[in-house]
Every structure is written in C-alpha cells, then in structure tokens.
Design a protein around this ligand. Structure first.
Ligand code: IMP
Length: 430
C-alpha cells in the first residue's frame, strides 16, 4: 500500500489544508515531520471547522492516529492550548489519537523571545518569521544543547541540561543587553507542563515502522513550502527546517523507501509572506486583485501575503528537489476573469537565460522573469468538478503548467469547498 507525502511546492500557503484533509480521510496515520506551530491550516470535517497549527490533521478524525515526529520543534504550551481548543470543539485527544516523538526538540519561552528580538533588531536582518521561536529552537537542536520531550520525564536530570542551554543563551542575552535567565525559571516552565504532554510521548520511529509493516496507510503532512527549505529555499529568507519531501523520512524516523508518492501542492499563481526574493511579484492592480480574490492573509500571523504570477521555473525546481510525482493545483478560480495571465518560464540574469533560480542571494535579487502570456478565459472555473466544466483556455493553462514543471496535475482544486476538486489520480492508489 502506498504512503503519501504532501509538500508545499512554493513558499507555503498553497492550500495544503484542503488536500491533506481529503487525503487524511483515507489514511490510518497522519505524521507531521518538520516545522512547528508556525504552520496553520483549517480543516472542515462535516459541519465543524478546526484550525490546527501543530497537531497533525488526523487527530480530528475518528480512527486516525496523529503523530508528531522527531523533526518537529514542539512548543509544549502551544500543544496543550491547541489540544484544549479542539477538546472544546468536542474532539477527545488521548494516546488513542495522538503520539509525539520522545526525541522531538522543545521550543521554550527563551526561543520565542530571541526570535522576536532578532526580528525587531538591527535593520536589514529581518526574515519576517512567525516569531514562534522556530529558528532558535532548531539552532539549539543542531547545537546539541536542546531540551527534548523525553527529558521532561527525568526532572532530576534536567538541571545540567538547562545549565548547558543557559550558558549559551545568557551569553547571547548579555550581548542584547537583556537580563539573564535563572535555571529555576526554565525548570519551572518545563516541570509546569510536563504532566500534560508526557502522556503522548512514544518511540515514534518504531510505531511507524510497525504500522508500515502491517500495511497501514501513512500520510506525511508537510508544513510551509519547498522554497522555504533551509537548504534548497531562498536562503536566508527561509524557515529553519528542511521542508522538501526527503525530510518526511528523517523527520519521522523511517527509511526513504517508506515515503511513497510525493504530492506537491501549488497555487495557480504565487504568494509569499515575510521578506525575501520573489521574482514574479506584482505591485500593480493584478497583484492586488489576486490578493483580494484569493483572501491572501496569513492564517497564523494575519499578515497580508505578497502575490504574483505562477513561476514555473521555481515549481520545476521544487518538482526535482522534492521528487514530486504529481501536483495538486489549487485556487485556479482566483484567475477567473483576468484578461491576460502570465507564467514565468525562465529567468534572465545579466543577459544570460537561466532555467532555475540560482542559489546566490545577490543573483536571486537580480533575476528578471521571462514570461509567456496567456489569454484569460471567459466563464468560471469556480466549483468545477470535472474537466468538461472548465473553459478550454483554462485547460490550456493547466496543460502548459504541467509541461513547464515536468509533473502531471493529479488534482485540481476549484474552490475552498472540499468537493470542488477534479481528481485525475488518487495518490494513495499509485
Ligand atoms: P519561521 O518559520 O517562523 O522561522 O519563519 C521563517 C519564514 O518562513 C518567514 O518568511 C515566514 O513567513 C515563513 N513561514 C513560516 N511558516 C509559514 C507557513 O506556514 N506558511 C507560509 N510561510 C511560512
């Protein structure tokens, strides 16, 4: 039985929620493998609307296990408040439907504070983060001084770990002119929440391996998008985790062969939140209209998203760095009514034609998109549930995207409604 990994093929906010929601209905287990509560998506199950950040989508479905893998950075307070919120909506959360990797790294208050401090600090250093402490927590993980979930079950051994962590952070804080943090403050913060999160801890790699051997269907739920990947994205304007599909294996403790079908989610245009290069960004009426029609405001921070034309060059790159087998193309209906639509097919860098975005920060700022212009379509794609309901010109647009990115469109989403989807290929039936 195939497993499926869902990754964003652009800069996040591609409409993964709706697709993951549909796929999670067919899955036995839904696994988060990177990021943290910087993600945000809305799930509609029957008449209930759930807003999730950290919890895997499976949690709200009966008979589906949600798993938070080792690749996630876990703010225990955010986890508990999210659990309380959905419990208030009638979803019972227990070990029956949620497990968290015992080796997941914790986000502490000092990480949130440092994230915000850096963002509001020296001019020119702003990344536009979500200020959730994601980056600083990953830094401590790689710096081998992080506190991990299982450490909470050994409070007697916490002291030296906190001391080691604070040796680093208090030095930083002195540099920022901030008061130092006492060991007891962090100890109290951790022991104050331990009883509420420890019940979910598990040896996740083992649990997933057994599930896989038993033929269970696993859905790996990516957060953010491949262009925010710390290695393959628009560095330094990226998140601090690997967001490409390969991370599904590392971030959950399975081998690469377990991942299965890679479904990339891409909008029929492009958006990004935060700072950083965005070659096809629009600053005109077209951009404003896309933002307005697409309701392009961040679910986590409420920030207005930057909007632009579809960048086939970037998605083609993502198709390769994530090994994408098929694309779910979302929000096609937002382009209804445009007289002309453009697709970026290549870049011009100082007179040289490029078929990819170069890694250098300076070059990323200088590339000029090379566009192909399409006539828009009359009529609407909104709510279409079959190819035959789509205007011929819209089909031409989708076919051209497939050709340019080198991957087929497996699903086409034509409205936020769950059933307004044209299915060409079910990734679980690959
Ligand atoms: P961080 O993940 O909070 O460190 O933010 C780093 C960058 O990733 C910023 O540009 C954020 O706007 C962006 N980012 C983080 N999470 C998301 C997401 O879920 N959707 C879109 N962008 C995100």
């Amino acid at each position: 039985m195939a497993n499926v990994v869902v990754v964003g093929a652009q800069w996040g906010d591609e409409g993964k929620g709706k697709i993951v929601d549909w796929l999670s209905e067919q899955a036995d287990i839904v696994v988060r493998f990177q990021g943290g509560h910087n993600a945000g998506h809305t799930l509609v199950v029957g008449s209930n609307v759930y807003k999730l950040s950290l919890l895997p989508s499976g949690v709200v479905r009966p008979n589906t296990l949600g798993v938070i893998g080792n690749g996630v950075v876990l703010d225990p307070y955010a986890l508990v408040s999210e659990i309380e919120r959905i419990t208030g909506q009638g979803v019972e959360v227990s070990r029956k439907n949620l497990r968290v990797a015992d080796n997941a790294t914790l986000i502490l208050s000092l990480h949130r504070e440092l994230d915000a401090l850096r963002e509001d600090g020296a001019p020119g250093t702003k990344i536009g983060t979500t200020k959730r402490g994601i980056g600083p927590a990953y830094e401590d993980k790689v710096g081998r001084r992080a506190i991990r979930l299982m450490d909470l079950s050994e409070p007697d051994n916490l002291g030296p770990k906190i001391e080691r962590l604070l040796a680093h952070h208090n030095a930083l804080r002195r540099g920022f002119g901030l008061p130092e943090i006492a060991e007891k403050t962090i100890y109290d913060e951790l022991t104050g929440i331990a009883d509420k999160v420890l019940p979910y801890q598990d040896t996740v790699w083992r649990l997933l391996d057994e599930a896989r051997r038993a033929g269970k269907r696993i859905l790996f739920e990516g957060a953010q998008g491949a262009l925010l990947d710390v290695d393959h994205g628009t560095y330094p304007f990226v998140t601090s985790s690997n967001t490409v599909a390969g991370q599904a294996a590392t971030g959950s403790g399975l081998g690469p062969g377990a991942v299965g079908y890679v479904l990339g989610i891409a909008k029929a245009y492009t958006t990004r939140v935060g700072e950083g290069p965005f070659p096809t960004e629009l600053f005109d009426e077209d951009g404003r209209l896309i933002g307005e029609r697409g309701h392009e405001f961040g679910t986590v921070t409420g920030r207005q998203r930057r909007c632009g034309w579809f960048d086939a060059c970037l998605v083609r790159q993502t198709v390769r760095t994530s090994g994408i087998d098929g694309i779910a193309l979302t929000k096609l209906d937002v382009l209804d009514g445009f007289k002309e639509i453009r697709i970026c097919t290549a870049y011009d860098l100082d007179g040289t034609r490029l078929d990819h975005l170069p890694a250098s920060q300076g070059a990323q700022q200088r590339v000029v998109p090379v566009y192909e212009t399409f006539q828009g379509w009359e009529g609407t794609t909104a709510g279409a549930r079959s190819w035959s309901e789509l205007p011929a010109q819209a089909i031409k647009y989708v076919r051209r995207i497939e050709e340019l990115i080198g991957a087929p469109v497996a699903l086409l989403s034509t409205s936020p409604e769950r059933d307004d989807t044209i299915l060409m290929h079910n990734p679980f039936e690959d």
